[in-house]
Design a protein around this ligand. Structure first.
Ligand SMILES: [Zn+2]
Length: 171
């Protein structure tokens, strides 16, 4: 329960801000960045329009190319380190094994990381109120008068248009 002006609002109301690191952690585990219950993804990398559990709109995300960029960065370092270490420590590994193992490990690691990393990026954007997620923040601020999240009230109208007008999300 949150006390605002002496009145208590139910805990179920989405009045509380979710810190960005918690939203990222939830997204990494394929959980809704807001409630941590519903799933982020409907299919492998297809983000649901809204959380099935709390109704938070998730289609506002603009993950775009950041998840694959991060996955390449992570996998490249891990596999590169693995190849170097194995070359330094074990000199008698047969070449056929290296040629079979490292590409397969690269593919498996990349596929395993893509969804969690994209979920974390969606969570980060939600946690920071980026893109259309700013509209959710503003609505939350409007429903909790006196709340600390009213910093956007000054130019709220402009923000609303910025958050909604360019609907460039991918199909
Ligand atoms: Zn949710």
């Amino acid at each position: 329960m949150i006390e605002i002006d002496g009145r208590a609002t139910p805990a179920a109301m989405p009045t509380e801000e979710v810190p960005w690191y918690l939203a990222m952690a939830r997204g990494f585990r394929n959980r809704c960045p807001h409630c941590g219950q519903g799933r982020v993804f409907g299919r492998f990398l297809k983000v649901r329009d809204a959380c099935e559990s709390c109704g938070t709109e998730l289609h506002h995300h603009r993950a775009d190319d950041l998840p694959p960029y991060l996955v390449i960065f992570i996998v490249g370092h891990l596999i590169g380190l693995g190849i170097l270490e194995s070359q330094m420590r074990f000199e008698d590994i047969p070449l056929w094994f290296e040629l079979a193992f490292w590409p397969a490990a690269t593919l498996a690691l990349a596929l395993a990381l893509l969804q969690p990393v994209k979920g974390a990026v969606v969570g980060l954007q939600y946690g920071l109120g980026m893109h259309g997620f700013a509209a959710i923040r503003r609505r939350r601020a409007e429903t909790s008068p006196g709340g600390e999240t009213r910093d956007g009230a000054r130019d709220g109208r402009d923000d609303g248009q910025r958050g909604h007008a360019p609907d460039l999300r991918r199909a």
